[in-house]
Design a protein around this ligand. Sequence first.
Ligand SMILES: C[S@@+](CC[C@H](N)C(=O)[O-])C[C@H]1O[C@@H](n2cnc3c(N)ncnc32)[C@H](O)[C@@H]1O
Length: 274
Amino acid sequence: MTLFSESIPNSPIARVAAFPMRAADVVRYDARVLTQSVRWLVRSREHTNYTFDLTSLNLEHLAWWVADAASVPVDGIREYIAEAANDARLREHVRVATLASSRRHLADGEVRLHKRLGWYALVRALRPAHVVETGTDKGLGSVVLAAALLRNGFGRLTTMDVNRQAGYLIQHDYAAVTTRIVGDSLRAIADLSDPVDFFLHDSLHTREHELAEYEAAAPLLSEKAIVLSDNAHATDALPSWAEATGRRFSYFQERPVGHWYPGGGIGLAQSSRP
Ligand SMILES: C[S@@+](CC[C@H](N)C(=O)[O-])C[C@H]1O[C@@H](n2cnc3c(N)ncnc32)[C@H](O)[C@@H]1O
C-alpha cells in the first residue's frame, strides 16, 4: 500500500497496477445493487411509480432544501416531515385502501412516501390556498397533499389524470378537500379558473408535455406560486421555463434506502428573491 501510494502513482504502470482495486470497488457496488434488485423483484409488487424510504441524511438534506425554498427555519420543516412520516391515520388509510383496491396485485401494502414528504412540508410551510397536481395515479401524492391542507385548516387540491381508474386512495376527508378531474392535463388546466399557488407536474413525463403544462398554468399562477416537477431528474423543462420566466430553480435528489432505483427528485421554480 505504501509502495502504491508513494511510487507507483507516478510510474507508467500506475493504471494497470490500480486495475484490481478499481475492479473490486465496481464489483462491490454492482453486487449490492444486484442483491437489492433480486430482493425487490421477490418482495415488491410495484411495476411503476416505485415507492421507497429515504436515508436519514437525505431527509436532513430535504429539510434544509425545503427550509431554503420556503424561507423558514429548518427545525419547523423537520417537524413537518416527521408529522407526515408519523401520520398513523394516513398510513393506515393508504394500507387498507391499497389492499382493498383492484390494483392491489401491483401495489405494496407498506406505505413509503419518499419525495412526497417534501411536497407535504412545502404545503405546510407555504400554506397555499389552491394546489394543482397533474397525474393522480393511485392518489398517494394526492392524499399526502390533502393531509397537509387538512392540517393547515384551509386550501384545496385539484388533481387530474387521463386514467378514469386513478385516484382510488382519495377517500374520506382527503376527498373532501380534493377535486378530481378525469382527462388530459392540458385541457384540464385550461379549464381551471381559480388562482394556483402550488403547481406540481407529475403526469406525462415528456419534455414537451411538461413544458406545455407550465405554459398552460402560467396565467393562473399567483404572485408567490411555486412550481414543482416530478421529472426534473430526467428533463430540463422546469429550469428552462424558470429561466425564461425570470424565476429561480432548485433541485432535491432522492437517495433511496435498499432499492435498486437510484431515486428521482423534486425540481422547484419560484419567483426570484428581491
Ligand atoms: C407518475 S404517475 C402520478 C403519480 C402521483 N402524482 C403520485 O404522487 O403518486 C403519472 C400519472 O399521469 C397520468 N397521465 C399520463 N399522461 C397524462 C396526461 N396527458 N394528462 C393527465 N394525466 C396523465 C398517468 O395515467 C399516471 O397515472
